[in-house]
Design a protein around this ligand. Structure first.
Ligand SMILES: [Fe+2]
Ligand SMILES: [Fe+2]
Length: 327
């Protein structure tokens, strides 16, 4: 996948607005929430009581929901994979202190709070086999991912737009389900993370919008290509101890489908909302192959809808090594 120099020129053009975009879409560090704001303070006398409450509520959580929460945490903990991929995108260049590398660093700093907060919560929950979770995390980092964007900024920003929306949905649903069962702390934890993901999604959607103004044909072709390959989740290589790479991902995603935290319907809805955000239906002044790409993309939600109606989700619960046997 070779990018032409036009892509570099486009990246340099968008870079001029990055200082403004950074202020718009990321929060000043001193004012941003930190994991400790949402966790019991170990310096306080009420610490152990708060832990007892966390553990009692975690015990009552639906098994699939709890497994999805752990899988989401591991996905967040694989942040080094995402940062090094973003830094390597054509036009970003780590050692060149341009607006793009500044963006990637600041985005990473915000994202790093997600895995940190969830990991600490799970450690306190008393329901996780931490060693198994840590092994899965180390494997996922070591296995990396294969999201088929190459170093292309267009494909990469389409992927991140999609992915930030997907994580927004899944964290938000875990938040809602937790609130419903009276676990307001976990509801708040997943809620603040979901809000970050929504801000990040808006930023990447904005980047793509800017590229669409300058180079519409090429980014449409990139969008078509990404959808033809299908957007894979960043944890698609997930595994448990003693198993092969990727063997756990299906079980994790089946659990998410069963409790409707992230479903095939969400995949279709994200595609629809991106088509809408980028006003793909009304793009004109593009070349013949981009016109075909636009038509393919506009027809895709309906096609996926037909396919999704035939998909059956296994109802049998999978036993995750991550989850400690209840005493
Ligand atoms: Fe995140
Ligand atoms: Fe994110």
């Amino acid at each position: 996948m070779k990018s032409s120099n036009i892509r570099l020129e486009v990246m340099q053009t968008v870079e001029k607005s990055l200082d403004e975009l950074l202020t718009k879409y990321l929060k000043p560090i001193d004012e941003n929430w930190q994991p400790s704001d949402l966790l019991p303070d170990s310096k306080e006398p009420g610490f152990f009581e708060e832990i007892e409450e966390i553990q009692a509520l975690a015990k009552e959580m639906n098994y699939d929901l709890f497994a999805v929460l752990i899988g989401d945490t591991i996905t967040e903990e694989a942040l080094p994979t995402y940062e090094s991929w973003l830094m390597d995108i054509e036009g970003i260049e780590e050692d060149n202190k341009n607006g793009w590398s500044k963006w990637v660093r600041a985005w990473t700093a915000e994202e790093n709070r997600h895995g940190d907060l969830l990991n600490k919560y799970l450690y306190l929950s008393g329901r996780v086999n931490m060693r198994e979770m840590e092994i899965s995390t180390q494997y996922l980092l070591s296995d990396g991912f294969d999201i088929q964007t190459g170093r292309d900024p267009y494909r990469s920003f389409i992927y991140t737009s999609f992915q930030e929306l997907a994580t927004n949905i899944s964290h938000r649903r875990v938040a809602t389900l937790s609130q419903k069962t009276g676990n307001s702390r976990l509801g708040k934890i997943c809620g603040v993370i979901a809000a970050d993901e929504a801000r990040h999604a808006n930023a990447y959607i904005n980047f793509v919008n800017r590229i669409l103004e300058i180079d519409p044909s090429e980014i449409l072709l990139a969008f078509e290509d990404m959808m033809k390959k299908k957007i894979v989740m960043p944890a698609h290589f997930l595994r448990e101890s003693g198993e092969e790479s990727g063997t756990l991902f299906g079980h994790f995603s089946d659990a998410a489908q069963r409790i409707k935290v992230y479903t095939t319907q969400d995949y279709i809805d994200i595609l629809k909302s991106l088509l809408n955000d980028w006003n793909i239906a009304n793009i004109v002044g593009i070349n013949d192959s981009a016109e075909k790409a636009r038509d393919y993309l506009m027809a895709l939600p309906k096609r996926l809808q037909r396919i999704s109606e035939r998909i059956r989700i296994p109802q049998k619960q999978f036993e995750f090594k991550w989850i400690a046997v209840q005493k």
